[in-house]
Design a protein around this ligand. Structure first.
Ligand code: AGP
Length: 590
């Protein structure tokens, strides 16, 4: 899950590449590199670490009209300058960048070594460069690219700069690749924000489709070995949406956007939503799937459908789905949830389901993403670009859409919409300065007392919220946090509670309230410092964070104090909440 940007045109290509990398850094920030070609040949400049505020003058490369760049999330080979991309082929003719994992790279490497090829790095990517070098000896570059790419196993997107012909070539299978077009200039990248400053005309590549950029732009399907034509689409996102100012971090900006993004999630074609609700109603043996935060949205969805629509839908995380494929039929519906629409484990689950002739409803946030294009019924969450690696607004938009569908199944779409618009209004009132201050104070207390463990409990709708709350805290503050069903307390976990251990109880005004208060009382009895996220205060709470009582929509607002707590813990501990260590925005490898 790296970021790729390539450019060919009239402008300073190194500048375009550097700006593009800065926009793609949420995809991986272990190291970065830029390459270019001039009359003296090919040049590569690479560094370990984040790009941060590097200036163009710091990038020691000659000016040029063509460049290829990469920001890395390390999978194969340590975080070193040598392993940073781009990578040269043996003769330095080809420069390669890559997003994905070449699952058969060891076999290819061993074979190439036997043929005398030398390797400088531990990466799987360098194998692609050497294989291209070998295949270009007997083929023209298009056929060399085809032969090379078709021998790679796994989900991969590669872009090659041929220094001899000054050609950029990109091809994908499973990992995203998009081309930006403008008059006399072309961009090729992992994601649209990389070149949104320059053009909103984009062409999404499908699997095995290659884009070859020289004086003009050509497309080939390498699997079917034929030339193809492609149409460009207009991206509706604005530059402003992809900027964090006036906030210090994208995470805070995106948390505070939620009153608006919840309202935008309701902006759906009602006829389409009702028809999809009918498909859910009439489907049999269906599954809700997702990974990480999207997985917790899927879990919450299974509760919405069960309690509101009386419709049973299984929930399973994407990476575990294949073990459950044996029950899929052409009557099954897979509801796949993904912010990026590029998460490999979710896409693989969708591919498994499609092989069983099951239908796929894709709930996705990124326009033109793989899930949006694979799904039989794509639904957009309309949350706008989510740049912070830690997902916040996309989660509440996913919950909002699932809640709308649950109401639509009961032919009560209007009621669902009204409830969400009320939720948006209540949130607008809630998220004021004092509210943020109250949560910031709690974070300062937890940091001052140096707590290394935080526990979150919830029941029913709020069980998935407890899991998501713990994930947010873990992701950005690196404090160990665990969410669990409150009823599980007595079955072991309560042994972890010591004097002062911060415990968050998410208590709604529902049939689970008294049981939740009992669980909080049991934790307090063991010394837990009880933090209550609830519409009303309660004597069992040592610290209370008020949330509006919104009935079935309560889970949507209950997660927001936990998002804010995670944010203030991260900032208070000096961590970058937008780019947490070891993570990246979309996980395009298994
Ligand atoms: C959430 O904060 C994380 N970034 C991660 O768990 C994420 O939700 C997961 O990787 C799924 O991503 P997706 O929604 O783009 O599929």
């Amino acid at each position: 899950m790296c970021g790729i940007i390539g450019y060919k045109g009239q402008r300073n290509a190194v500048e375009i590449a550097l700006n593009g990398l800065k926009k793609l850094e949420y995809r991986g920030y272990d190291s970065w590199g830029i390459s270019t070609v001039d009359e003296k040949g090919a040049h590569i400049f690479k560094k370990v670490g984040k790009i941060g505020s590097i200036n163009l003058s710091d990038v020691k490369l000659p000016e040029s009209s063509i460049a290829l760049a990469h920001t890395r999330w390390a999978t194969h080979g340590g975080v070193t300058e040598k392993n940073a991309h781009p990578h040269f082929s043996e003769s330095k003719r080809f420069i390669v960048v890559h997003n994905g994992i070449v699952e058969n790279y060891q076999q290819i490497k061993e074979q190439l070594k036997k043929e005398g090829y030398k390797f400088q790095t531990e990466t799987d990517t360098e194998v692609i460069a050497q294989l291209l070098e070998k295949n270009s000896k007997e083929n023209d570059i298009k056929n060399a690219l085809q032969k090379t790419f078709l021998s790679l196993e796994g989900r991969n997107a590669i872009v090659v700069l041929d220094s001899k012909t000054k050609t950029l070539m990109g091809v994908r299978k499973g990992s995203p690749l998009v081309i930006g077009v403008n008059e006399k200039e072309y961009f090729i990248a992992s994601d649209v924000p990389a070149f949104l400053d320059y053009t909103t005309d984009v062409i999404f590549l499908e699997d095995y489709e290659a884009g070859i950029i020289n004086e003009s732009l050509e497309f080939f399907n390498l699997k079917e070995n034929k030339k193809i034509t492609k149409k460009s689409e207009k991206i509706t996102w604005t530059l402003e949406q992809a900027k964090k100012e006036p906030y210090a971090h994208f995470m805070l900006k995106e948390i505070l956007e939620q009153p608006n993004t919840i309202r935008l999630a309701t902006m759906q074609d009602e006829e389409e939503l009702n028809s999809i609700a009918n498909k859910i109603k009439n489907a049999y043996g269906s599954f809700l799937i997702g990974c990480g935060t999207a997985g917790y949205a899927a879990l919450a969805g299974s509760y919405f459908f069960s309690k509101i629509s009386r419709k049973h839908i299984n929930f399973i995380v994407g990476s575990e789905f294949s073990s459950h494929q044996y029950f899929l039929t052409d009557k099954s519906l897979i509801i796949a949830i993904s912010q990026s629409g590029e998460t490999a484990d979710t896409l693989e689950a969708v591919e498994v389901a499609k092989k069983k002739n099951s239908k796929v409803l894709g709930i996705v946030n990124v326009m033109g993403s793989s899930l949006m294009r694979y799904a039989d019924y794509p639904l957009m969450t309309n949350a706008g670009p989510e740049i912070c690696v830690c997902s916040t607004k996309a989660f509440t938009s996913q919950l909002s859409l699932l809640l709308l569908l649950a109401y639509a199944i009961n032919n009560k779409l209007e009621d669902g919409k009204k409830l969400l618009l009320k939720t948006s209004e209540e949130l607008k009132k809630l998220l004021d300065k004092n509210y943020l201050e109250n949560i910031k104070k709690l974070a300062e207390k937890i940091i001052k007392e140096n707590h290394q463990h935080i526990y979150v409990i919830g029941r029913s709708f709020n069980y998935s919220i407890a899991l998501e709350a713990a994930l947010k805290i873990k992701e950005v503050s690196y404090i160990h946090a665990e969410g669990f069903a409150a009823g599980e307390l007595k079955h072991g976990v309560i042994a972890l509670i010591e004097k002062g251990t911060p415990c968050i109880a998410i208590v709604a005004n529902d049939e689970e309230k008294s049981a939740m208060i009992s669980s909080a009382t049991e934790l307090k009895a063991r010394g837990g410092f009880m933090i209550g996220i609830a519409p009303e205060n309660n004597p069992v709470f040592n610290y209370w964070i008020k949330v509006p009582d919104l009935g079935n929509a309560s889970p949507i607002v209950n997660v927001i104090p936990a998002q804010l707590l995670a944010y203030y813990l991260a900032v208070g501990l000096g961590h970058d909440p937008d780019k947490p260590r070891n993570l990246a925005k979309s996980v395009t490898v298994k």
